[in-house]
Design a protein around this ligand. Structure first.
Ligand code: WTA
Length: 642
């Protein structure tokens, strides 16, 4: 189909009439109607799903706690799989693109996926996995990661997926917190042409945890240390299993999964998501925001180790009965045009990626997207960090050819699904603005006193009741942290997002960035606090501070300042600090620079002034240093940076 260019009015773009006509939602009245009674609105949407038993009450609020679809019974897999067997049994559900170019893709129809999930669910039962049990999943982007997640929730087990590029130590901390007795991992996988021995990391990571059984997917065929009393080959385990397994009856408010996000110290926070609300939100956001239709091919580049991968590389597209792609490798491997080649190969219609990737693609050059047929694309999405105007324009023009709505989607691990964006059939698409709150949700921007900010005035982004159904219900085993992080700033009826933002005169929201110590490194959320904990473990480091600095491609990168009193050569300590970070967290947290300094700027009460260190990288004036207890520390640091 020949597509027209989007129309531009003022500084925003709007969908074409043709697009609008076909879109699931295409009238801006929906916002007003939803807000008249958000609770009823969500109830209407929930009816699109299959419930084993209908809810008794839609929403209960006992601040700060809340429940959705109370007493309803649901199983997400019946909605993602069984429901699709009627109309689209032999439709392709999942396409897996391996990293090595010479290897063939694997394709699963809805029926295939259904049977694989059921077999594994039965196998899980056989090895003792019960409803409510936590299961660790430490797998790369291979079909078995999707099958494992679905098999867990089929039987009511709670998955905790750990990003496969996280270090053994990061895996261990998460497994300890969940007290999982089972871990699913793989022998190895490919990343940028290199084989990663994942099983070795897993063996290391399960030490001093409650893990009793390790299921190993044979992916790369590399040699592993197989422990017969503990390890099972995935492929053996599912052999001869029945391909039907009763879907467990789950209460709306039962745990669906736990996903960890960085905490401000070394300890990550396990965000708790529940069965009813998450399912409703995952389905409706995927359907409306990506406008997923029967013939769409959806590709989200996000790894399942992150929330984007949970909601839009696993549950969302399946709940919509869509066909979607997961990709094992890096989008610029073995050549910068791999991502274009994948779009062309499968005729991708809906493409979802992060600004870091867009900036990287742009840097490689427009000749790559121009060499390929990208004309199947209908909707483009961006997620994870603010997208600057230049990257937005490049993505819109060079990838979408000016013909695709570009939805910039704001959300968090905590929110379970997208909550602020423009809808593709309505618009407006305004570069660097994410858009409006999803219908049925209320957001505002508050000043420090909790007063709503007027347009263009930056403040803190907050969500107001009734809250999105998919919003987290707690932090696993840490109720105090839940209260302190989200319900403390403005009281128990206001969800504090930790993002700074402002609205334009039309109410479109622009995200400025985090107001806590989280930084977004290539779209990955890590905290400077957790980096500092890692650095502080180095025996020769007496004090340290980590700040985020702007980076042309990655958005932000960590900069480490460390005080070390040894006589070891500087280069050696720096290398050791970097490997310490890689050991504690993983390569994604690698700092751009490590500065060894004699002292850190401090207030008279001894607090490290990270704000001043941050300014070293923004080009701002450092401000009045005379209030510091040790202003001379900054002189030395400035010299180091020259
Ligand atoms: C940031 C990722 C600007 C924000 C889904 C948020 C964004 C944090 C956007 C959550 C966006 C996410 N524009 N900033 N479109 N999307 N963020 O938990 O700071 O990894 O609080 O979830 O990413 O990161 P998380």
């Amino acid at each position: 189909m020949e597509k027209n260019k989007l129309t531009k009015k003022g500084d925003s773009y709007f969908p074409t009439k043709e697009f609008q006509k076909r879109a699931w939602v295409n009238n801006k009245r929906i916002y007003k109607e939803a807000l008249k009674n958000p609770i009823k609105f969500w109830e209407g949407l929930a009816k699109e799903l299959f419930w084993q038993k209908k809810w008794k009450k839609i929403f209960i609020h006992q601040p700060p706690y809340f429940k959705w679809f109370v007493n309803g019974k649901i199983n997400i897999t019946q909605n993602a799989l069984d429901k699709n067997l009627k109309q689209r049994r032999n439709k392709v559900a999942l396409i897996w693109e391996p990293e090595p170019m010479e290897e063939r893709q694997r394709v699963f129809t809805y029926y295939d996926l259904f049977r694989e999930v059921n077999k594994l669910a039965n196998a899980f039962k056989k090895i003792g996995v019960k409803k409510g049990a936590r299961v660790g999943i430490y797998l790369p982007m291979i079909p078995e990661v999707i099958i494992s997640m679905l098999a867990c929730v089929r039987i009511g087990a709670v998955h905790a997926v750990v990003f496969s590029a996280f270090s053994p130590k990061a895996l261990q901390v998460r497994l300890q917190d969940t007290e999982a007795k089972i871990l699913i991992t793989a022998d190895g996988y490919y990343r940028r042409g290199k084989l990663v021995n994942l099983k070795q990391n897993a063996d290391e990571g399960v030490k001093e945890t409650k893990v009793e059984k390790v299921v190993v997917v044979k992916r790369a065929g590399n040699e592993i240390n197989f422990q017969p009393d503990r390890d099972y080959w995935y492929q053996d385990l599912i052999k001869n299993q029945n391909d039907w397994c009763q879907a467990e009856s789950m209460d709306s408010e039962d745990l669906l999964f736990i996903l960890y996000t960085s905490g401000s110290t070394g300890k990550p926070k396990g965000c708790v998501h529940t069965c009813g609300g998450y399912t409703v939100q995952a389905k409706l956001t995927a359907k409306w925001i990506f406008d997923l239709k029967e013939d769409d091919i959806f590709w989200s580049m996000a790894d399942v180790g992150w929330v984007t991968g949970h909601t839009y590389s696993c549950y969302g597209p399946l709940l919509c009965g869509a066909t979607y792609i997961i990709f094992e490798g890096a989008p610029d491997w073995p050549a910068p045009d791999r991502w274009c080649q994948i779009i062309e190969k499968y005729g991708v219609t809906t493409f979802y990626t992060a600004p870091t990737a867009i900036r990287m693609f742009e840097k490689y050059g427009s000749e790559f997207p121009r060499k390929y047929k990208l004309n199947t694309l209908q909707v483009l999405g961006s997620v994870g960090e603010p997208i600057d105007e230049a990257a937005w324009q490049w993505y819109f023009k060079e990838v979408g050819k000016g013909k695709c709505p570009l939805v910039d989607t704001w959300w968090q691990t905590e929110t379970g699904g997208i909550l602020i964006t423009s809808l593709p059939g309505i618009g407006p698409f305004k570069p660097s603005f994410t858009g409006l709150p999803f219908p049925g949700t209320k957001f505002d921007i508050f000043d420090d006193k909790g007063k709503s900010c007027s347009s263009n005035k930056p403040g803190n982004l907050v969500m107001l009741p009734p809250f999105a159904p998919g919003l987290l219900r707690g932090i696993y085993k840490n109720p105090e942290k839940y209260l302190e992080t989200y319900w403390n700033q403005y009281g128990k009826k206001v969800y504090f997002t930790s993002d700074g933002a402002y609205k334009d005169k039309n109410g479109l929201i622009r995200i400025v960035g985090r107001v806590d110590d989280a930084i977004k490194v290539a779209g990955h959320r890590i905290t400077t606090g957790e980096l500092e904990s890692a650095v502080a473990l180095h025996p020769d480091v007496t004090e340290c501070a980590v700040v985020g600095a702007a980076d042309e491609i990655k958005g932000e990168v960590p900069m480490v300042f460390a005080v070390s009193k040894t006589k070891k050569p500087e280069e050696q300590i720096k290398t050791e600090i970097i490997s310490q970070i890689r050991k504690e967290i993983g390569p994604i947290a690698q700092p751009k620079e490590v500065y060894l300094v004699k002292d850190l700027p401090k207030t008279r009460s001894g607090k490290i002034m990270r704000r001043i260190l941050r300014r070293l990288f923004t080009g701002e004036e450092l401000g009045d240093l005379s209030t510091l207890a040790n202003p001379e520390s900054m002189e030395e640091i400035k010299c180091k940076l020259k």
